[in-house]
Design a protein around this ligand. Structure first.
Ligand SMILES: [Zn+2]
Length: 70
């Protein structure tokens, strides 16, 4: 399925921006456990329109959105 226009826009919101209206939360936020954890969280989102999956990370540099290509 093609990525909808809202998700296209969402993927460009690297630093800021709230989830668009058809993005729903998947599971609970989790604490990122990396090599050098600094206490930031990750939250998965799923688009109800095109089923694209995003992960939003919160960290020192603000928010980051990652789009997972199906
Ligand atoms: Zn979408």
């Amino acid at each position: 399925m093609e990525t909808c226009s809202l998700c296209e826009e969402q993927s460009k919101k690297t630093r800021r921006g709230n989830p668009h209206q058809y993005l729903i939360k998947v599971d609970e936020a989790r604490i990122f456990k990396g090599v050098n954890p600094r206490g930031f969280e990750e939250q998965d989102y799923l688009c109800m329109t095109c089923h694209a999956k995003f992960t939003r990370s919160t960290g020192k540099n603000g928010l980051a959105w990652t789009l997972w290509q199906g």
